[in-house]
Design a binder for this molecule. Structure first.
Ligand code: ZN
Length: 258
């Protein structure tokens, strides 16, 4: 069976294999999986771990292995004991060194595994942040292009009455007959009120263009279609009952001449 994705269990298997910490039968079975099944996921993990182990063997700080690894080490130490009790001194030393190297490799393999998992998580997080930022950048570019086209006229709206600090800006593309409308420093309307944007024609007709409220910073942005520029005299924002009105009834919040 080939695996399609690396799980924590598979990573543990690969670590034990790379560190030479599997029993003989586990090792045989795992080798078959790598070679006969040709599982690319496990193979690349083993290769990566083996090279990491040899690279990092002498440079990593000591780390405490997980309980399952500790249990595995105890088991290994027990099975190694009879060999170490053999009378041949050389062999005994050799076994000791082998056991010590195995213990060190397993500890290193697990540090490497943990570091790998963390790095992968960080990479995934950074990738999604990059995608997010690319989206924002693309939107800013579209805005910039829309705002700086030669056919764009800028109409300023000034704060009125108790909202003298408020400002509005309309970037009006006469070619596409669309406008991007920005509002700054206009306090949120009370919960039973709303703001309404109107276009006033040269004939004095008031056409509702948008019903909105500002955010906590007094800001708002909308992109809307606009009627033919040549017929318009002014743009205004009034305060209206919630849901908006068919014709303006409240006081001016913003006003600008076309
Ligand atoms: Zn596999």
């Amino acid at each position: 069976m080939k695996h399609t994705q690396l799980t924590d269990d598979l990573q543990e298997q690969a670590s034990l294999y790379a560190a030479g910490a599997m029993t003989e039968s586990e090792r045989e079975q795992y080798s078959r999986h790598l070679e006969e099944d040709g599982c690319a996921v496990c193979r690349s993990e083993v290769t990566e771990l083996q090279s990491s182990i040899s690279l990092l063997a002498f440079s990593l700080p000591s780390s405490s292995p997980s309980p399952s690894v500790k249990a595995r080490l105890m088991q290994q130490a027990q099975s190694a004991r009879p060999a170490m009790l053999r009378p041949q001194t050389r062999l005994r030393w050799f076994d000791w060194i082998t056991a010590a190297v195995a213990v060190a490799s397993i500890a290193i393999a697990f540090v490497v595994t943990r570091t790998n998992v963390e790095l992968r998580r960080t990479t995934a997080q950074l990738n999604s942040r990059v995608t997010e930022l690319e989206g924002e950048l693309a939107e800013e570019r579209r805005n910039l292009v829309a705002l700086t086209r030669p056919s764009v006229r800028v109409v300023e709206l000034a704060g009125q009455g108790s909202n003298m600090q408020a400002r509005g800006k309309m970037y009006w593309d006469q070619e596409s007959k669309r406008t991007i409308f920005y509002v700054y420093d206009l306090p949120e309307a009370p919960s039973d009120k709303t703001y309404q944007l109107w276009f006033v024609t040269k004939a004095g007709e008031k056409v509702s263009a948008d019903v909105f409220n500002t955010d906590a910073n007094g800001g708002y942005r909308v992109e809307i279609p606009v009627p033919d520029a040549s017929t318009l005299a002014a743009a205004a924002v009034t305060t209206e009952p919630l849901g908006g009105s068919p014709q303006p009834t409240g006081g001016f919040a913003l006003l600008g001449m076309m």
